[in-house]
Design a protein around this ligand. Structure first.
Ligand code: C2E
Ligand code: CA
Ligand code: CA
Length: 575
């Protein structure tokens, strides 16, 4: 009896515990944001728990009602959901699927878990969760990862990834893939003039126009400020780069209207490189198109150029020279040659012009005509120019001490070097260091120095002149060559370019120009130097028209410092 009572108490206690657990489950389910379906296979019943009403406006009473869920999700997700709802048919234990409901814009996650007894399913639970917010966040992240915020075009990474896929496919199919780099001309000026906001607006507006090209064969990306890349697979007919560029040019012939009433006209240049001709991978292809775009810019606004092997070779050569120049600076591989200048009447030595040479590893002398333009572009001209100043002045000081000669040292100064704020102080420091009188130094500048900020350039020239340093205008006749601006320029000497001297004997109009330059310059009180004088005839003519000084192969080629020492020995003995 006691035993039976005990057993009854046990059962009651267990039941109570079960009720408690069930209550707890109920509570958990009803406060959950999720909805649950519980299916008992043996009883063939379906129970709905949790936030079902928050999701659906129909009731589910039997397992068959689950079919109604299939009607709600988008077509593309129906199959997937069916597999989840009837997971027991596959024998799997659990599975998850994300489905989209276009009718409500929601994303739902269905997770099904089946319990088996041997091979027989006993019960299953389907949990339904709203993942719309999570999906949206993911989409935003995806957007950030793949798109450019300013224009909504593909960003560089996404563009490269699609382009790489296309190239991989083209490798097999034998198709062509073109990359076109499109760049707005003088964007910096527009941006500076209009301000950043309007600049951004222009970038957006032009980007929006390019976006119109996008289709299954064309993708467009925005990479930096004013540079866009377009990739075209199988670029023929309406998809050819010429056709696209025609459309672009047609568009930019019309103004872009910005907020605030601005109307802006722009021009663009484009470079095109194609796989497989130009490069074999996406990054190289993009690089090639950019290099060619810069070449197109040299042809003026609204130009487009195609990749050609020589362009690329030229570019590579430049890079090689640039690297070698850096090495040359570090290894001290530069040498100065000096070319004498003579007074045309007395034939006395007027001075020497320092001309740089680069001795490469094999001992070969490389002409400055080859490397100075590259050094200017890369900024290497600054350390190189400093070296020229110091080396030239050091040598000059030694000559002065040894031969006590009265002559001028001419030094070529690049515009970039001249514009440095520390240029004057550096030069004065070197003169001080070697105890050289500034009056013995002449700086040769070209008209390119005068472009940009004329006032500032002139004020610096005045400062130099106050110290007694002479200024010579080099290559006269090749730049603006306007005699009118010469008047206000604080210079001492004018060098008539070799191109005049070359033809002055045969060509009458060159004679007229040369003569008027010489007489005008004399009136202004400047000295004249004719450069590139190679023949007696040229020399006699120049003397006749009263050109003060002569420089050229006829009287002396550029030579190493030792040879100048020999020259000084003779000259100073007689003079
Ligand atoms: P540039 O200043 O006009 O120098 C005159 C150039 O003409 C020199 O060439 C000289 O060797 C050459 N030349 C002189 N007389 C004759 C002649 O009778 N016939 C012929 N055919 N040529 C003659 P180089 O030394 O090759 O220099 C070329 C240019 O490189 C220079 O032109 C100058 O613009 C630049 N350069 C040279 N040294 C320096 C330097 O130290 N700094 C900077 N910034 N530029 C330099
Ligand atoms: Ca010169
Ligand atoms: Ca010159």
């Amino acid at each position: 009896m006691d035993d039976l009572q005990f057993q009854l108490d046990m059962v009651r206690a267990l039941n109570q515990q079960l009720n408690g657990k069930e209550k707890m489950y109920q509570l958990v389910c009803s406060t959950s944001q999720n909805a649950f379906l519980y299916i008992d296979f043996q009883k063939n019943t379906l129970d709905v728990l949790g936030n079902w009403k928050g999701f659906f406006d129909f009731q589910a009473d039997t397992p068959k009602d689950m079919i109604k869920l299939l009607d709600l999700v988008d077509d593309k997700d129906k199959n997937k959901l069916q597999k989840i709802l009837f997971l027991e048919k596959t024998g799997a234990q659990s599975k998850v699927a994300e489905c989209h409901l276009s009718s409500t814009g929601k994303w739902l996650e269905f997770e099904c878990t089946v319990c088996y007894d041997g091979n027989f399913p006993i019960e299953k639970v389907i949990r339904i969760r709203d993942i719309t917010k999570f999906k949206k966040q993911n989409e935003e992240l995806r957007y950030l990862a793949y798109y450019d915020m300013l224009t909504g075009l593909y960003n560089r990474n996404y563009f490269v990834s699609i382009l790489s896929d296309w190239i991989r496919e083209a490798q097999e199919s034998g198709e062509t893939v073109a990359v076109m780099c499109v760049d707005i001309d003088n964007f910096k000026k527009i941006n500076d003039g209009l301000g950043l906001v309007a600049g951004d607006e222009l970038i957006q507006a032009f980007g929006l126009f390019l976006k119109g090209f996008m289709d299954e064969r064309i993708i467009v990306s925005h990479v930096t400020d004013d540079t866009y890349y377009i990739a075209v697979r199988n670029p023929v007919e309406s998809h050819s780069p010429e056709k696209l560029f025609d459309a672009i040019v047609k568009r930019v012939e019309e103004p872009f209207r910005l907020m605030g009433g601005h109307e802006i006209f722009i021009s663009v240049c484009a470079g095109v490189a194609e796989f497989p001709e130009a490069a074999s991978n996406s990054l190289e292809l993009i690089n090639c198109s950019e290099i060619v775009m810069f070449r197109a810019k040299e042809h003026g606004p609204n130009s487009m150029r195609y990749f050609e092997t020589p362009i690329f070779q030229d570019f590579i050569d430049n890079i090689n020279i640039e690297n070698k120049l850096k090495e040359a600076v570090n290894m001290n591989r530069f040498v100065l040659y000096y070319q004498p200048q003579y007074d045309s009447k007395s034939q006395k030595l007027r001075g020497v012009e320092a001309l740089i040479r680069w001795q490469d590893e094999s001992g070969k002398m490389i002409s400055p005509g080859v490397f100075i333009p590259i050094a200017e572009k890369s900024g290497m001209i600054v350390p190189i120019g400093m070296w020229v100043l110091e080396e030239g002045i050091r040598k000059y000081a030694a000559w002065r001490e040894n031969y006590n000669c009265n002559m001028v040292l001419s030094l070529n100064i690049s515009a970039i070097q001249y514009k440095r704020p520390d240029f004057v102080s550096n030069l004065l420091e070197i003169l001080e260091k070697y105890k050289v009188n500034p009056k013995d130094i002449e700086l040769e500048i070209t008209e390119s120095v005068l472009i940009d900020d004329f006032e500032q350039v002139v004020s610096k020239l005045r400062t130099l002149k106050e110290y007694g340093i002479k200024i010579s205008l080099d290559d006269f006749g090749t730049g603006y060559s306007s005699l009118s601006y010469l008047k206000g320029l604080p210079i001492d000497t004018l060098k008539i370019d070799k191109s005049f001297i070359d033809t002055v004997i045969q060509d009458e109009s060159t004679q007229v120009i040369t003569e008027s330059i010489v007489s005008m310059v004399k009136k202004l009180g400047y000295e004249t130097v004719a450069e590139g004088v190679e023949t007696e005839e040229q020399y006699e003519y120049l003397k006749k028209i009263d050109c003060d000084n002569i420089q050229g192969f006829l009287l002396g080629k550029p030579m190493p410092a030792e040879d100048i020492a020999g020259l000084l020995r003779q000259n100073c003995a007689t003079g």
